[in-house]
Design a protein around this ligand. Structure first.
Ligand SMILES: NC(=O)C1=CN([C@@H]2O[C@H](COP(=O)(O)OP(=O)(O)OC[C@H]3O[C@@H](n4cnc5c(N)ncnc54)[C@H](OP(=O)(O)O)[C@@H]3O)[C@@H](O)[C@H]2O)C=CC1
Ligand SMILES: Cc1cn([C@H]2C[C@H](O)[C@@H](COP(=O)(O)OP(=O)(O)O[C@H]3O[C@@H](C)C(=O)[C@@H](O)[C@H]3O)O2)c(=O)[nH]c1=O
Length: 292
C-alpha cells in the first residue's frame, strides 16, 4: 500500500486526507509534536524515519490577519519551513506535493488566474506562501505545487464553521461582496491530492511537475458563500440569517485580500485528467454534517 507522510496533523487538509484515504492509502501524520517546519534537522530526520513513498506538506501558518503582525514567523514556517520539507523530500528521494494559495495573487486581473500569471501578494501570508513556492521549486525538482483556495470542511477553522456559529445568534451578518474566489471543499481537495500523489509516484514526467491550480468548480463572493451557508441552515430549520452585502472598505481587516482570486484549473485537467466538482453540492454535504 502506498505510504504518504503528511505534515500538519490536526489541520483541515491533513484531517481530510485521513478521511479520504480510508484503507486505500497509509497516511503517516507528522504534526507539530514530531517536528516544527522551521527545524531543518528535525524535518529531515522525521521524514527519513517515516519512510514515505510520497510527502504532502499540508502544514502552514494560516492566520491571514495575524500574519501582518508576525510576518517573520509566517515566513519561517511557510517560506523557510516549506523549503526544509522540500530539501528533506529531495534527500530521501520522495516526490513532494506542496500546498499554496490564491492569495499569492494581487487580484487585479478580471479573469481566473493561470499558473504562469505573475504573482504579487498584498499580504504577509501571501508573501510567505510565495517564498515557500519558490524554495520548494528550487530545492525539490520532484515536486508538485498545488494552489488551492477558500477551504471549508467539517474540520478546523474555516468560513463555513464561522458562519454557522453566527447563525446561532444573528438575524443579519454583514459580509463582503466584492472579493471573488473559488470556495473549495477540503475533502474534495484531499481526494484530488491522493489522485495526484498516486500518479506522481508512478510517473515522473516533467508535465506532471511544477505549479497547478486545484479548486472546486464555480465561483462566489464571500457574501454569496455566506448566503448559500445560511440557506442550508434554514433548510434544516435553523434561523434564517440574512446577509448584508458590504464592500471591503466597510469591513476593515489587517491583511489586504485579493478582489479576484479565482483560479483557472485547466492545467490540472489537461495534465492529470482531474477536475474537482462544483462547490455547491460539497458545501451542502459539509453543512449537513455540521448541522446534523
Ligand atoms: N485554509 C484555507 O482556506 C487554505 C489553505 N491553503 C493552504 O493549504 C494548506 C493546509 O491548510 P489548512 O489545512 O487549512 O491549515 P490549518 O491551519 O487547518 O492547519 C495547518 C497545520 O499546520 C501545522 N503547523 C502550523 N505551524 C506549524 C509549524 N511551525 N511546524 C509544523 N507544523 C505546523 C499545524 O499542525 P498541528 O495540527 O500538528 O498543530 C496545523 O494543524 C496550507 O499550506 C495552506 O496555506 C491554501 C488555500 C486556502
Ligand atoms: C467572518 C467574516 C468575514 N468577512 C470577510 C473578511 C474577509 O474579507 C473574508 C474572508 O474572511 P476569513 O478571514 O474568514 O477568510 P481568510 O482567512 O481570508 O481565508 C483565506 O485563508 C487562507 C488560509 C487562504 O489561503 C485563502 O484561500 C482564504 O481561504 O470575509 C466578512 O465580510 N464578514 C464576516 O462576518
Amino acid at each position: 500500500m502506498m505510504r504518504i507522510a503528511v505534515t500538519g496533523s490536526m489541520g483541515q487538509v491533513a484531517t481530510s486526507l485521513i478521511e479520504q484515504a480510508g484503507r486505500a492509502f497509509e497516511i503517516v501524520l507528522l504534526g507539530r509534536r514530531v517536528f516544527l517546519l522551521e527545524d531543518r534537522k528535525a524535518v529531515l530526520s522525521g521524514l527519513r524515519a517515516a519512510k514515505p513513498d510520497v510527502v504532502i506538506n499540508a502544514a502552514a501558518y494560516t492566520a491571514v490577519d495575524q500574519a501582518e503582525a508576525e510576518e517573520s514567523l509566517a515566513v519561517a514556517i511557510n517560506g523557510e519551513g516549506a523549503g526544509n520539507v522540500a530539501e528533506a523530500a529531495a534527500t530521501i528521494g520522495a516526490p513532494l506535493l506542496h500546498l499554496s494559495t490564491d492569495y499569492v495573487f494581487d487580484g487585479a486581473l478580471d479573469r481566473p488566474y493561470r499558473e504562469d500569471d505573475p504573482p504579487g501578494p498584498d499580504s504577509a501570508y501571501g508573501r510567505s506562501k510565495l517564498l515557500g513556492e519558490r524554495l520548494v521549486a528550487e530545492r525539490c525538482e520532484n515536486s508538485v505545487i498545488l494552489r488551492t483556495a477558500w477551504l471549508f470542511s467539517p474540520y478546523g477553522t474555516n468560513f463555513v464553521r464561522a458562519m454557522l456559529a453566527l447563525n446561532e445568534t444573528r438575524d443579519e451578518v454583514p459580509v463582503v461582496a466584492d472579493q471573488r474566489g473559488n470556495p473549495t471543499s477540503a475533502l474534495d481537495l484531499a481526494a484530488g491530492l491522493l489522485a495526484v500523489a498516486a500518479r506522481a509516484r508512478e510517473d515522473a514526467s516533467p508535465t506532471l511537475r511544477g505549479v497547478f491550480h486545484m479548486t472546486n468548480a464555480g465561483k462566489a463572493s464571500w457574501a454569496d458563500l455566506a448566503e448559500a451557508i445560511f440557506s442550508e441552515a434554514a433548510k434544516r430549520g435553523r434561523r434564517a440569517t440574512r446577509v448584508r452585502r458590504i464592500t471591503t472598505a466597510d469591513y476593515p481587516t489587517a491583511a489586504r485580500r485579493p478582489a479576484n482570486s479565482r483560479l483557472d484549473c485547466g492545467k490540472l485537467r489537461r495534465a492529470y485528467g482531474l477536475a474537482l466538482p462544483d462547490w455547491r453540492p460539497s458545501l451542502a454535504a459539509c453543512c449537513a454534517r455540521l448541522l446534523a
